[in-house]
Design a protein around this ligand. Structure first.
Ligand code: ZN
Length: 133
């Protein structure tokens, strides 16, 4: 059976994945203007600073948008369709693509409050997922 493709941490994203392994959601925050940003980037779009820190965030947010795929876009998803993919807007203002676990696709709604939960895949990768609150 096909396996889902997994993230490949690089220099820019490794701290994000390390935090997920520790059960913590950490998001890049510009130390120049304090704006959060995700996905990780080397430079701030707001002020141009290349200085940043990794800040632990609440993990709470709401569904900003979602899509339900009925055709498996990857062989590993064949048994998982219909498959719910959500864009969660965190309280800190950044958006993160993920899934809402234990939520039938017809029960998801824009604005639905969610909080992060972590799904360990292997020794290296733990995926941030979300659940209803
Ligand atoms: Zn900035």
């Amino acid at each position: 059976m096909a396996e889902l493709p997994l993230p490949v941490p690089d220099e820019a994203t490794a701290p994000f994945w390390e935090a997920c392994r520790d059960g913590e959601l950490r998001i890049q925050r510009c130390t120049g203007c304090a704006v959060f940003r995700h996905p990780p980037q080397p430079m701030c779009r707001q002020c141009g600073s290349s200085e940043y820190e990794w800040t632990a965030v609440s993990g709470r947010g709401s569904v900003f948008s979602y899509i339900v795929t009925h055709q498996p876009i990857h062989p590993a998803l064949a048994d998982l369709v219909p498959h719910l993919v959500v864009l969660v807007e965190l309280e800190e203002g950044v958006r993160i693509t993920s899934n809402v676990v234990e939520c039938p696709p017809d029960e998801v709604a824009i604005g639905m409050p969610v909080e992060v939960t972590f799904e360990r895949v292997n020794e290296e990768i733990t995926l941030p997922k979300f659940r209803r609150v």
